[in-house]
Design a protein around this ligand. Structure first.
Ligand code: BG6
Length: 460
């Protein structure tokens, strides 16, 4: 039988960014500092102060997205732009910027999605409260989130709280989340994770009790884990890591409690994660309208490399291995479209909740000669293969997928502030240490994506 592969009419196609990687304007119109604003530039990285100056150039960027036929843009509201100290007065000029940005999208037929946090802890809360180690920070975040939801819910119907929420559950959390002092113990790791989940749950309850038409979901960095061999130890470690790293959070978003395996680990190791009376009730009320995730690559674990007794949260510090069956970009990130299909299908089978890939793409080093179009055929192939794999998950495996958002489709500095790792289909003319003219220059992939989206992804 011929299988219909026509994409749903209401499918979302778009772009996805964070505030500190796009906006610039780090110290104007009353913005407070975040932990990113005080990170010094190094020889190979920029600072975050200018990013791609979308604060002033958003009209141009939205025009480019509209011309590509995009119908969704996921932005982030910078907490320290809107509440300079994190827990003090709101900054009307900061909110006004997001009003302009959201209205600019709506005017162009682009549906906004808002993310409330992308590792950019207000500096004052990092210094005073040690970030999400403190319940005061949880309260401050919930206050900020409620205010934003109240302000924008008439215009913005898609919301997520924490970008890549599961990274608060790995050792990476200590580098990225405003945690400035402590012993980096499992107690601290699980406390930060639990606190962020409580914050998510409170906003989840707020949305679902006040707004019938707002869609609210959890978001993780989904990096599927392959066993290095079929040795049972490798297979066990891969499954265990997938549970701790990925599906523990999805279990919480959907079922309202952490995974049994993780809770048992917590109990057996006497982990003190600031679990208080009443917390379980807050978590139990969670309900996900969709499960969002970033997907770039897969990873492979070799259990023999992991020292005995290592917590699964730290496996990736030891056991990662390259995968000889996959190509990778120059940063070693594997290119694995079938991994994408496999994961979408598994997620939908497991949870029966619509899934939403809201970050996908490939980082490549590119230099513009000031004249000729950048021919980024590898990026075209990456997106074509991943969209095709997603369509296989939808049409051959039955997964319900809400949309496909690429990451940083107008070039932005990478998470290490390195603009030379570019994801865009539009080149932005700056280097790490020279802002040049910040001109936006479409690459070959821009025209390819434009033609794909013009036909709603039916032809790749
Ligand atoms: C995601 C982050 O993990 O990956 C982004 O949400 C980041 O902030 C993106 O930019 C790509 O990673 P990188 O390191 O290549 O920029």
């Amino acid at each position: 039988m011929e299988v219909s592969r026509r994409m749903p009419k209401d499918f979302f196609w778009g772009n996805s960014v964070s505030s500190m990687q796009t906006e610039g304007a780090w110290n104007i119109d009353g913005k407070g500092q975040s932990v990113y604003d005080v990170r010094p530039a190094t020889e190979h990285t920029a600072d975050w102060h200018d990013a791609i100056d979308e604060y002033h150039r958003y009209d141009e960027d939205l025009d480019l997205m509209q011309a590509m036929h995009m119908n969704m843009y996921r932005i982030q509201i910078s907490w320290s732009r809107v509440v300079p100290d994190g827990d003090g007065e709101f900054n009307p000029a900061g909110i006004a910027f997001y009003d302009r940005l959201v209205d600019g999208m709506l005017k162009r037929g682009i549906t906004p999605m808002i993310c409330l946090y992308h590792f950019d802890m207000p500096l004052a809360l990092a210094q005073k409260e040690n970030g999400f180690m403190s319940r005061h920070t949880v309260d401050a975040f919930v206050r900020f989130g409620k205010k934003m939801i109240e302000h924008f819910a008439d215009r913005v119907k898609y919301w997520i709280t924490f970008n890549e929420h599961n990274l608060y559950f790995t050792s990476e959390v200590f580098n990225i989340s405003g945690y400035e002092h402590g012993d980096r113990s499992l107690n601290d790791l699980y406390t930060i994770f639990h606190h962020t989940m409580l914050a998510h749950a409170q906003l989840d309850a707020f949305v679902h009790s006040h707004y019938d038409d707002v869609q609210f979901g959890g978001m993780i960095a989904y990096t599927p884990v392959y066993p290095a061999t079929s040795k049972p130890n490798d297979v066990f470690a891969a499954r265990q890591l997938d549970q701790f790293l990925n599906n523990n959070l999805n279990d919480a978003f959907v079922h309202g409690h952490y995974a049994h395996e993780v809770l048992t680990f917590i109990n057996n190791h006497d982990i003190d994660y600031d679990h208080q009376v009443g917390d379980d009730q807050i978590l139990a009320a969670m309900h996900a309208d969709f499960l969002a995730f970033s997907y770039y690559r897969t990873t492979t674990i070799n259990a023999d490399k992991v020292p005995a007794g290592t917590a699964p949260n730290h496996y990736l510090d030891y056991g990662m291995e390259s995968n000889r069956f996959l190509k990778a970009n120059q940063w070693g990130w594997t290119i694995d479209p079938l991994g994408f299909r496999n994961m979408i299908t598994d997620l939908y089978n497991r949870y029966d909740v619509p899934v939403f890939p809201i970050e996908n793409g490939i980082g490549l080093e590119e230099h513009w000669d000031g004249e000729h179009m950048i021919e980024d055929d590898l990026r075209i192939q990456y997106h074509r293969d991943h969209i095709a794999a997603m369509k296989d998950a939808m049409f051959l495996d039955g997964a319900k997928v809400l949309g496909y958002l690429g990451w940083g489709l107008i070039d932005i500095p990478s998470s290490h502030a390195d603009i030379e790792k570019r994801y865009g289909v539009v080149y932005v003319n700056r280097s790490n240490h020279d802002l040049k003219d910040l001109k936006r220059v479409p690459k070959k992939s821009y025209y390819w994506l434009q033609s794909v989206l013009a036909k709603n992804g039916d032809e790749l």
